[in-house]
Design a protein around this ligand. Structure first.
Ligand code: N2P
Length: 392
C-alpha cells in the first residue's frame, strides 16, 4: 500500500510537471500533500473482468453493429453541439445529452442504478472511485486508434494507467471569476470567506454547487490539505462555508458564468474555461487563481458497465471521434479548457496554449492540488455539505 501511495504521488507530480512543461515552465511542483491516499490505485475489479482485449484472438466488433443512438451524461455546456452533428453525419449515430452538475450527482445517479448511459464524464478522483466500485467498462483500444493523439503525459494518469477505462477529455483549474470593472482582483479566497458587507459584490456572488470543490476552497484558505479527513478541520471549514452564506447569492455550477456575463452577479467560484467563454460575451470578466492555491483537475470520458455491447461500440467510436486532431481542437476552442490531445494542441496553436488562464504558468500551477478520493470520509464530507446547504 505504502509503495502504491508513493507511486501515486510520483505519478501525480509527473503529471503536474508535464503539464507545466506544456506551457514552457518545466519546474516540478514543490508542494506535495503530506498524506498520500491508499485507495487511489487501479481497479479491484480485474478478477471479474474478461481477459484484456490484446490477449484474446478477436476484438468484440466482429458482427456487432454500433447502437444508432447513445446517451451521454455530461456537464452542462461542455461540448460544441456541432460535434454531435458532425459525428452523426459521419457515423449515423445520434448522441443525446443529459446533464449533471457535479461528480457527486453523477456518482449517486449511477450508484442508484441508473442505466441507459453509454458515456459519462467524471473527474479524476471520481474515476478512481468508479474503477474501484467496478462501475466502468474496459475500453477496447482497437476501436480507438486516435488514442495515439494523446499527449504522453495523459496516457499514464495515476487514476487510470494506460487509459484502461477512460480517455482524458479536458483539464483545467478552479478559481474565481469577477467583473473587473466593479471588483478589485480577488487574489485571495478571503474575497469569498471574509467578504466585506460594504463590497459591491456582497450578495452578488456564487459558489460551485459541489461538495469537494466547496470544501477545497475553504480548506485551502484555512491552510489545510484539500483532501483532509480530519473531522476538526472539516468542521472548521464547514463553519467558514456557513459564514460565507451571508453574502452568497447561491450555489451554482451550471449558470454562474452567464449570471456574471449578464451583470446579475459580480463574482463567482468556478472553473477557468467557463469564465473564459463568458468573457466573449462580456469582456469585463476576468479569472484569477487565488494565492493560497486551489484545485487542478482532469475530466475524463468513460463508458459505464451498464452500457450494452452495441452502445459500448458506438461510445468507443465517439471517443475516437473526439480524439481526432480537428475535433479535439474544436472542443477546446468552444470550451476554453486545455486539451490532453497533442495533435489538437498543435492545431490550436501557440496563442491558445500560451494563454495563462488556460495553461497556467509554472509558479501558479504548482499551487494547485488534485482532489483525491477520501474513502470512508466521503460520507462525512457529504453530511457536512448537506448541513452547510441547509444552514440559514
Ligand atoms: C463545464 C465545466 C466542467 C468542468 N461547464 C468541471 N470539471
Amino acid at each position: 500500500m505504502k509503495r502504491n501511495a508513493i507511486l501515486f504521488w510520483i505519478a501525480l507530480m509527473l503529471v503536474a510537471s508535464l503539464l507545466l512543461g506544456a506551457c514552457g515552465g518545466g519546474a516540478a511542483p514543490t508542494e506535495v500533500p503530506p498524506e498520500p491516499p491508499v485507495e487511489t490505485e487501479a481497479p479491484a475489479v480485474e478478477m471479474t473482468e474478461e481477459p484484456a482485449a490484446e490477449m484474446t484472438e478477436e476484438p468484440t466488433t466482429g458482427e456487432l453493429e454500433p447502437a444508432s443512438e447513445i446517451i451521454i451524461y455530461h456537464w452542462s455546456e461542455y461540448i460544441d453541439p456541432e460535434i454531435y452533428t458532425m459525428f452523426e453525419e459521419e457515423n449515423g449515430i445520434r448522441v443525446v445529452e443529459d446533464n449533471f452538475s457535479n461528480n457527486e450527482e453523477l456518482l449517486a445517479k449511477l450508484q442508484g442504478g441508473a442505466a441507459g448511459y453509454a458515456l459519462i464524464v467524471p473527474s479524476d478522483y471520481t474515476v478512481s472511485i468508479m474503477i474501484e466500485e467496478g462501475m466502468l467498462a474496459e475500453l477496447n483500444h482497437d476501436n480507438i486508434p486516435n488514442l495515439s493523439n494523446l499527449a504522453p503525459r495523459f496516457t499514464e494518469l495515476p487514476y487510470d494507467p494506460g487509459n484502461k477505462y477512460c480517455v482524458p477529455y479536458q483539464w483545467g483549474t478552479t478559481g474565481i471569476g469577477y467583473m473587473s470593472s466593479e471588483v478589485d482582483e480577488p487574489t485571495s479566497w478571503a474575497a469569498i470567506f471574509e467578504a466585506d458587507p460594504e463590497a459591491a459584490y456582497y450578495g452578488r456572488f456564487t459558489m460551485l454547487d459541489d461538495t469537494r470543490e466547496g470544501f477545497a476552497a475553504a480548506l485551502v484558505y484555512l491552510g489545510y490539505d484539500i483532501n483532509t479527513t480530519d473531522e476538526t478541520q472539516l468542521n472548521e471549514a464547514k463553519d467558514l462555508l456557513i459564514k460565507a452564506k451571508a453574502g452568497l447569492a447561491g450555489y451554482d455550477s451550471d449558470t454562474y458564468e452567464d449570471l456574471l456575463a449578464s451583470g446579475e452577479n459580480l463574482l463567482a467560484h468556478g472553473w477557468n474555461g467557463d469564465f473564459l467563454v463568458a468573457q466573449e460575451e462580456n469582456e469585463d470578466i476576468a479569472y484569477v487563481m487565488p494565492q493560497e492555491g486551489g484545485v487542478i483537475w482532469v475530466d475524463n470520458i468513460c463508458i459505464p458497465v451498464t452500457a450494452s455491447e452495441a452502445e459500448k461500440l458506438a461510445a468507443e467510436y465517439f471517443i475516437d471521434f473526439l480524439l481526432r486532431d480537428d475535433i479535439g481542437a474544436m472542443l477546446s476552442e468552444y470550451n476554453y479548457y486545455a486539451s490532453p490531445n497533442a495533435a489538437s494542441e498543435e492545431m490550436l496553436g501557440e496563442e491558445f496554449t500560451s494563454d495563462p488562464a488556460v495553461y497556467p504558468p509554472a509558479e501558479v500551477l504548482e499551487r494547485q492540488q488534485f482532489i483525491r478520493p477520501v474513502g470512508e470520509a466521503e460520507s462525512l464530507y457529504q453530511r457536512l455539505w448537506d448541513e452547510i446547504k441547509a444552514a440559514q
